[in-house]
Design a protein around this ligand. Structure first.
Ligand SMILES: [Fe+2]
Ligand SMILES: [Fe+2]
Length: 173
């Protein structure tokens, strides 16, 4: 039996690793550390390109579409809420960028924590509610196609080992 969400749950673990680094950094700033602009630039690059363009694109353009096509097989439709949360995440990232460019510690911390707590909750809901629903609702014959589409997304985003290089940030942990 094919499983189309394990690969996405594995990516969640990487995103959670970066969130842990972000929360630690916020704590350090509150204790008096100056904003480490290089760290935040790397973290934002990871969020935009790995968490959003790579991971969320697979959800939004592939998995969620397949779920909506099989909506009759679901007792409720969690996809609109998940999409809304992806948008909220993007707002927090814009807030972090504004905070960084204005060297506004409060704003950086507020938006970095906002993003982190939103994503922790979002990832919990996907791992425990949405992904199990997807595995049930999507017919087996469609799952093989989905895995091929994921491969295409990886090829598209991994030029020059770009995706693997995002994980370097985690080496700081
Ligand atoms: Fe998501
Ligand atoms: Fe996700």
């Amino acid at each position: 039996m094919q499983n189309v969400t394990d690969i996405l749950s594995d990516e969640h673990r990487n995103i959670m690793g970066v969130i842990e680094l972000i929360l630690n950094e916020c704590e350090e700033i509150e204790k008096g550390k100056a904003i480490d602009a290089a760290f935040f630039e790397q973290a934002i690059d990871f969020i935009k390109n790995y968490a959003d363009k790579f991971h969320h694109a697979k959800e939004e353009d592939i998995l969620f579409i397949a779920m909506l096509e099989n909506e009759d097989c679901m007792h409720c439709n969690p996809v609109p809420v998940m999409l809304h949360e992806h948008e909220e995440g993007r707002d927090f990232v814009r807030g972090m960028e504004d905070g960084l460019s204005g060297s506004d510690k409060e704003k950086v911390i507020e938006n970095a924590r906002g993003y982190s707590f939103l994503l922790m909750d979002h990832i919990y809901k996907e791992d425990h509610i949405l992904y199990p629903m997807a595995e049930q609702a999507i017919p087996e014959e469609e799952k093989e196609k989905i895995l091929l589409q994921y491969d295409a997304v990886l090829k598209e985003h991994n030029t020059g080992g770009r995706i693997s290089s995002y994980l370097n940030l985690l080496a700081r942990a």
